[in-house]
Design a protein around this ligand. Structure first.
Ligand SMILES: [Zn+2]
Length: 397
């Protein structure tokens, strides 16, 4: 995913220097290291090299000293923080009908949010041009004077090839197959842009809130189903970006509903929000959206509640294999259906019934804390890391 801004990199030596300064900046932003001593411990760089990097970052205005940190037994170290005033980044969480926009300062704090209705089938150019216009409007309204826009992070509702950056047969984005969204947005704006699958970025956003969890599976169940995997503390893409895609796992004994992939009985086709809406409509219940289904369940509608629970059981059944195989510390249920108690109960019951106690004893099954901000926080984190990595620190570097 070096697309669109690869030309900013110089020689490999220079890239290494920048990456080292960028890594230090990312560690300070994420709170993984708050002093020179902690940076040395986390990176393995020598104290002299760390001191040089930090001086460069302070001279460039990216980092400032923020009083004294906690003592580790000796003299109290000077605490470091990213100076948020140097700029902002725009994070966008795109689905087929909505776009959520977030503006984050360079310290990663969410400054403003906005949601817009979109129709993804309008096509690549109209949608991306409009997204850029909305981002510019957000910056004009909410950024401080001098805080210019530094980059874009975008989550898309389809598989992204992590080697080429191209969307791969995105069933919910007709007309977008093969499009490199990062390169297109970079061309439009001249800014570094990082694009990834929405569920991957939601997993990352959730992880930003609790970095102590090393192994985590995040399942997004909204109108459709997606999944992102955090392994040993980092987002796991697999060989080319498809890791975690559970939408087309066949559910045994499921009704033979035709899936977008042309097969029947896929998890997405029998347990996603859209599937529940269709099943209820077929039974004569008046619903149009997943929110309608949740509202019915909250009012104690028996059929809506049963279908949510059944969908949860099917998702839980597929996740059982993943829990056994991957042994995560936490399974997070996100997306709109994560808010439905019957759905969550269905997932839990299947996992506790089908997994061995050695897996479930230490497994935390939780509802997303980041909620509807998960995708924004994840997109913000990846673009901040990219911006830090690309910036040239100091004239001598
Ligand atoms: Zn399928």
């Amino acid at each position: 995913m070096e697309k669109g801004f690869g030309q900013m990199n110089g020689s490999s030596g220079r890239r290494r220097q920048q990456a080292a300064a960028g890594t230090v900046l990312s560690l300070i932003r994420s709170g993984q290291a708050r002093s020179r001593a902690e940076i040395a411990r986390v990176t393995g760089l020598s104290p002299t090299t760390v001191a040089q990097r930090v001086d460069q970052l302070i001279d460039a205005g990216y980092v400032r000293e923020a009083g004294m940190g906690a003592s580790q037994g000796g003299r109290r170290p000077r605490a470091l923080e990213v100076d948020p005033t140097m700029g902002v980044v725009c994070a966008i969480d795109l689905d087929s009908e909505n776009a959520a926009f977030g503006l984050l300062d360079l310290a990663g704090r969410l400054v403003a949010m906005r949601r817009e209705h979109i129709d993804i089938t309008e096509g690549v150019d109209p949608i991306l041009t409009r997204m850029v216009r909305t981002a510019d409007a957000l910056v004009a309204e909410h950024a401080e004077p001098g805080q210019r826009l530094r980059g874009y992070g975008i989550g898309v509702p389809g598989p992204v090839d992590s080697r080429t950056g191209a969307l791969v047969s995105p069933s919910r984005m007709p007309g977008w197959n093969g499009i490199d969204v990062a390169a297109t947005v970079s061309e439009l704006t001249g800014l570094p842009t990082v694009v990834d699958n929405d569920a991957n970025l939601m997993a990352l956003g959730e992880h930003e809130l609790d970095r102590g969890i090393a192994d985590m599976v995040f399942v997004k169940v909204g109108s459709s189903i997606g999944c992102g995997v955090i392994a040993s503390g980092v987002l796991h893409h697999g060989h080319h970006g498809m890791a975690g895609d559970i939408s087309h796992v066949t559910v045994p004994d499921a009704p033979p509903v035709l899936c977008s992939c042309g097969r029947t009985g896929c998890l997405d086709a029998v347990a996603g929000g859209r599937a529940i809406v269709r099943a209820l409509t077929d039974d004569g219940v008046q619903v149009e959206t997943v929110d309608d289904v949740l509202a019915l369940a909250k009012d104690g509608h028996p059929l809506a509640t049963r279908m949510l629970r059944e969908a949860g059981t099917r998702v839980g059944h597929v996740l059982t294999t993943i829990m056994n195989f991957f042994n995560p510390q936490r399974l997070v249920l996100g997306g709109v259906l994560g808010e439905a108690k019957a759905f969550v109960a269905g997932v839990r019951s299947a996992i506790y019934l089908e997994c061995l106690p050695m897996i479930t004893d230490e497994l935390d099954i939780a509802v997303s804390k980041a909620k509807d901000k998960a995708g924004i926080l994840g997109a913000g984190a990846v673009v901040l890391d990219r911006v830090f990595e690309l910036h040239e620190f100091g004239s001598g570097q």
